[in-house]
Design a protein around this ligand. Structure first.
Ligand code: PLP
Length: 418
């Protein structure tokens, strides 16, 4: 079959396809492998019971359910939800966001496809622009989103080695220059895959860079504020009227509802609305309606603060403890877990590539993600690139503990061979 350039580009065996394929198969197969791979959130009873109760109320309430499934939503998304969200952001953060600044999408992955290709790629005057990722490792899902090749340019971080086999990345501002071929800047906070949370002063410096260059700054808060707020450090939710903030209901526990939210200056938000109409006619209202009461009451913020944050922090501490046991005596570093749901393991001087380690682990029934996928737009050869893996700790403690023991075993074997 002959495909167009578009068809060729988007049917490649991309990293994100491999990751989602592994995830889908693992979660649906009767003999599930130890799934420490994809970014599926945990099943948290306190969250799920509220969503279930809301669904039951919808089913019991006249024709509410029939209207949910029987009507197209407007291309902007459910207005009651958008209004409640604006009120919530005003009350809790003082953010001045009106409904005209909001667009709902089919998940934040879809938001990034639209935003990246709006601000980077080929322009009518012949210019070609890129998205600057101030620090890689960055989210694997960005990698293949460009309509053109080479949509990203990224910078290496500074690495701070800490005591007791920990380390932390920092933005290397010395090497960040916003040249005229940069169309927008983007980062995830917390960062998938590392669990790093950019410090307030790092975010403020990046905001200043974007403002001075008059380009948009896109902040990916899929794990951050206002919800699900899986952040273990004292990071301030930062925003200004030029920022584009992408939110999602997925990591709160509703990845199946495919709901992304873009907060942006009006022309950008309205551009997303227009593209929604072309690509999808309208977004689904399922996620919006299932969480409407949580947003109206502010409960969604409390759930993040009092349920999700301690839940994931506890899991992170437990998983790090197991890693320290499994890797004892090896030259390893774990990125300080500051948020999200992953451990980023750096096996310094690993004699095999992380992709080979991934394959060996897979053969032993453990699925992780090879770190080399998380450097979209980073040029040049860098050994570090092949020395890391991402481990999700969102699954059950038994799964995580068993998986980590096997990771330790395989890492030890690999070092012994080298
Ligand atoms: N951004 C980050 C950093 C992510 O980790 C993910 C999913 O794992 C997404 C965006 C996309 O999430 P969704 O499309 O489910 O909203």
């Amino acid at each position: 079959m002959r495909f167009s350039e578009f068809g060729d580009k988007f049917t490649r065996r991309s990293g994100i396809l491999r990751l989602m394929d592994d995830l889908g198969k693992a979660l649906s197969s009767p003999k599930a492998p130890l799934m420490l791979g994809g970014g599926n959130p945990a099943f948290i009873p306190e969250v799920q019971s509220r969503i279930r109760a809301r669904m039951q109320a919808m089913l019991a309430n006249g024709d509410e359910f029939e209207r949910l499934i029987g009507n197209y939503e407007s291309p902007q998304g459910n207005l009651a939800f958008i209004e409640a969200l604006c009120a919530l952001l005003k009350t809790h953060y003082g953010w001045d966001i009106a409904p005209c600044n909001v667009a709902i999408t089919a998940g934040s992955q879809a938001s990034f496809f639209l935003l990246f290709n709006m601000f980077a790629g080929r322009f009518r005057d012949g210019q070609k622009k890129k998205i600057l990722l101030p620090m890689a490792p960055e989210y694997i899902g960005y990698t293949d989103l460009g309509l053109i090749e080479g949509l990203f340019t990224a910078r290496r971080p500074q690495i701070e080695c800490l005591a007791q086999h920990r380390f932390k990345y920092h933005v290397d501002f010395e090497h960040i220059e916003v040249s005229p071929d940069i169309g927008a800047i983007c980062f995830s906070r917390p960062t998938n895959p590392t669990g790093n949370v950019l410090a307030d002063d790092e975010v403020k410096r990046i905001m200043t860079l974007a403002r001075e260059s008059q380009i948009p700054l896109i902040m990916d808060n899929a794990y951050g504020s206002p919800f699900p707020n899986i952040v273990f450090t004292a990071a301030t939710p930062l925003w200004d009227e030029r920022a584009i903030v992408c939110l999602s209901l997925s990591k709160l526990g509703l990845p199946g509802a495919r709901t992304g939210i873009v907060l942006a200056p009006e022309p950008v938000a309205q551009a997303i609305v227009g593209m929604n109409a072309i690509f999808n006619l309208a977004p689904s209202s399922l996620g919006a309606l299932l969480t409407l009461e949580l947003v109206k009451s502010g409960e969604i913020i409390r759930l993040g603060q009092e349920v999700l944050k301690p839940f994931y922090r506890g899991k992170a501490e437990q998983a790090v403890g197991w890693l320290d046991i499994a890797l004892e005596g090896l030259d390893y570093f774990v990125h300080r877990p500051e948020g999200a749901m992953f451990l980023w393991l750096w096996l310094r001087g690993l004699p095999i590539k992380s992709e080979q380690l991934y394959e060996r682990l897979r053969r032993r029934g453990v699925v992780v993600v090879s770190g080399h996928y998380f450097f979209p737009g980073l040029e040049g050869d860098w050994r570090h690139h092949h020395e890391c893996i991402r481990i999700s700790y969102a699954q059950t403690p038994e799964t995580v503990q068993q998986g980590i023991a096997i990771i330790g075993d395989e890492a030890r074997k690999a070092y012994r061979e080298g």
